[in-house]
Design a protein around this ligand. Sequence first.
Ligand SMILES: Cc1ncc(COP(=O)(O)O)c(C=O)c1O
Length: 413
Amino acid sequence: MKRKTDKQATLAVHAGDRKKLGEFTPTTTPIYATSSFFYESSEDLEKVFNDEKEGNVYSRYGNPTVSAFEDQVAVLEGADYAVATASGMAAIHMAVLGGLLDRRKSIVAADVLYGQTTALLQKVFEPFGVETRYADPCDLAAFEATVVKAQPGCIIVESISNPLLRVPALDKIADIAQRHGAQLIVDATFTTPVLSRPLELGVDIVVHSATKYLSGHGDTMGGIILGRQDTYPTINYLRKTIGPNASPFDSYLAMRGVKTLSLRMEKQCRNAALVARQLAECSAIERVYFPGNPDHPDYETCVRLFPEGLFGAMVSFDLAGGRERVLAFLDALEMTVPATSLGDVQSMALYPAMSSHRDLAPKHRQRLGIGDGLVRLSVGIEDASDIIGDIVQAVERSETVVAQSATDQRSGS
Ligand SMILES: Cc1ncc(COP(=O)(O)O)c(C=O)c1O
């Protein structure tokens, strides 16, 4: 695109695409299903190997479809580079490896992270001698005290925590990381570049599960790592030596998804605000967690760091009655999909105690505030009245189901 703009909605549709292919230019980047590439002369191949000439040699090192997706997201994030991976977990694994490679082999992590990220730190890095200390990134004094004690090589936090939706002040965490010489990695899956561009706040590395909002249609898996030039050699070297690459097919789908990211994200955020407001009126819902509620502890941080009126598209709530009631609620949903993902066009509901945080001991879960009645909603792009109607009817029906089951038990049937 020749036109100069910094508008995300425009960049998402044009960035990465329309590279000239011989005599013509494809409107959208095709799927290059090839493992290797060759040139008229070996001299040219040598130049591509040496980064003296643009091109590709082998798809583990780079592939035109994958590069187009990487260029698209790099532009949206204001990054110098992006490296796409096969999943969000592959991106997190590679980012942590990169953060530790030339640094102290210790980590400070947010105390609430996606369950598999915590498992990666505890069950994969720890056996290699990498100790992780955990702290609340929304309590800056306590977080810094942990950093001082641990002197970590890298720090990892999420831009909106899962499932309690706390929002750390990334600019202040970046300041702490910088003062103590640690590389700061932020999993920005829940915010996307529509809500936040963490590299501009001083964060070193951003990762996304592209499986979620970026692709947005529940039809592909992917991850992406983004950074500034100083981290590129390490991350690119790890891409070549470890090979966690995204496939051209998945990159094609993810790129297609990103073109509508700002449309979807804005609609989903606005729907989430309406859903959160309505759920607060339900007597069976004991507490609603939504960063856009003025009584949310991180409301001011969101107002300071996010675009006006956007607070993310996730809403969590505590349903009175615990596990039995939550399971009855999930079974009563008529439209919202009770599946283990988020960020898709359709609304989705998840029970953290059974899925994303099932590996945590019940006591640990309770200590983190993840109770037996906690439900996490990923609000989709449907009409808000349908989402609200479905959730409210499922809350009401779940009460009847639980009451009936209690009556049956009493009567021994
Ligand atoms: C915040 C967050 N980060 C990372 C991941 C892992 O992503 P993937 O499933 O693409 O590996 C998830 C998955 O749910 C997630 O919620």
